[in-house]
Design a protein around this ligand. Structure first.
Ligand code: NIG
Ligand code: FE
Length: 411
């Protein structure tokens, strides 16, 4: 909780509005202030404006950052990650490069289940250490808030250890007990029985939300409904992995149950787009995952044009998206999903915060919001998306204090 003045910034860019997500024409409402300053007091943004309006009564000795050559955007919000996992899947990555498909590897007992074996083999201290390391990776790319799912334990102890590890690493935990059926169970129904009887009571005390992989080979719509209704009854918000490989009813179920989001949507057709756009369920787009698996890109443009709520996230995980960079996701959003940089920024800040029920406290650089700020080394904030895989993040500030500073170049 610190006091900080960032002065002489080339630009400050922030989603417009004072709370809540942006959609429709407002999705591209980014407010840009040239020659700007930001003041944080007690960890929150106190004021933002043009240098010529800099308040004269700042406390003596307030810490200052020289913002010349830098642009400020809100700390990025990664609302969909699987950042707590053991091992890696580099061998599978090689096999896919040779033509194997993600679903084939999964059906053969690899894929998610190979990460389940590695995650079960790690103890909670190790899972916490790994998740903290991943948080550092994400932070170096400007992520100041991240959600992290379980789903690689699929047993009582490891699922709960994953949720606690995400909390300990500063993330927002989501219980993805229904990720896939582990080998010791004879079918998804028996596994859902176990999850609800044995794990839900404790998971609900740690997690904020529950998630399910509604997909052929994992959980069908009836099994997903049973799991989600019980989770909702235990006080958890609802999320779904849906329409990744097949349209199996995820959008209808999400709308009916009042879920916060449906994530993936790579195969969503026009009827699904229309349904989702007319609802208050956010479509979370994961273009790094679509790219990593050579899958079609989700219909983001159609969803946005129809007035839908959209957010962007990495899906960071060892199998379908070994990617911890939201700036890379913003680049993919602009080049592959045909979103404007303004829409991409809104989708990875306030709209992502809305998925985490935090749009009133994070995702904007406005008075009263958290002092979570990314300083970009660029003459224009849009370089965050324009500079493909570029080293554009210069400094990351969390609650008004510097949390990451890139090593300076020698030039
Ligand atoms: O969101 N599709 C399901 N779950 C993850 C991938 C998990 C994995 O492959 O380990 C996803 O893509
Ligand atoms: Fe995912």
């Amino acid at each position: 909780m610190s006091d900080l003045l960032i002065r002489d910034l080339a630009q400050v860019a922030t989603p417009a509005g004072s709370g809540g997500p942006l959609r429709g024409a407002a999705l591209r409402d980014v407010h840009v202030i040239e020659s700007a300053y930001i003041v944080c007091r007690n960890g929150r943004v106190e004021s933002v404006g043009r240098m010529i309006e800099l308040p004269a009564d700042l406390p003596a000795g307030i810490e200052e950052i020289d913002g010349r050559g830098l642009c400020a955007i809100p700390g990025l919000v990664d609302c969909h990650t699987h950042a707590c996992f053991g091992g890696d899947r580099v061998n599978e990555f090689s096999l896919r490069a040779g033509g194997a498909s993600y679903e084939e590897l999964h059906a053969a007992g690899g894929g998610i289940l190979s990460t389940v074996r590695a995650t079960r083999a790690a103890d909670e201290a190790e899972l916490t250490r790994i998740t903290m390391k991943h948080r550092e990776w994400m932070r170096a790319h400007g992520t100041t808030t991240f959600e992290g799912k379980s789903g690689y334990g699929l047993d009582h102890d490891t699922e709960l250890a994953q949720l606690r590890a995400v909390r300990a690493a500063g993330g927002v935990p989501t219980w993805l007990g229904a990720h896939t059926v582990p080998p010791e169970f004879d079918g998804a129904d028996a596994y859902v029985d176990f999850l609800l009887a044995e794990v839900l009571p404790e998971a609900a005390a740690i997690a904020e939300a529950a998630d399910v992989f509604l997909e052929r080979g994992s959980f069908d719509a009836a099994q997903s409904r049973r799991y989600l209704e019980a989770c909702s009854g235990a006080g958890l918000a609802l999320r779904l992995h849906g329409d990744q490989f097949t349209e199996s009813g995820a959008i209808e179920l999400a709308i009916e149950l009042g879920a916060r989001s449906v994530d993936h949507l790579e195969v969503t057709g026009s009827a699904g787009v229309a349904q989702l756009a007319a609802s208050d369920v956010t479509g979370v787009l994961l273009p790094a995952s679509a790219m990593f698996l050579s899958r079609p890109m989700p219909p983001a443009r159609a969803l946005a044009d129809a007035g839908g709520l959209i957010a962007l996230a990495t899906d960071f995980n060892p199998g379908s998206a070994f990617c911890d960079s939201l700036p890379l996701v913003l680049s993919l959003a602009c080049t592959q999903l045909h979103l404007a940089p303004e829409e991409a920024l809104v989708a990875a800040t306030v709209n992502a915060a809305h998925v985490l029920a935090s749009a009133d406290t994070i995702g904007r650089l406005s008075p009263g919001f958290a002092g979570d700020i990314v300083l970009l080394e660029a003459p224009d904030w849009r370089h965050v998306a324009y500079h493909l895989a570029g080293d554009v993040v210069h400094t990351v500030i969390e609650s008004g204090a510097v949390a990451f500073r890139r090593t300076a170049y020698s030039t």
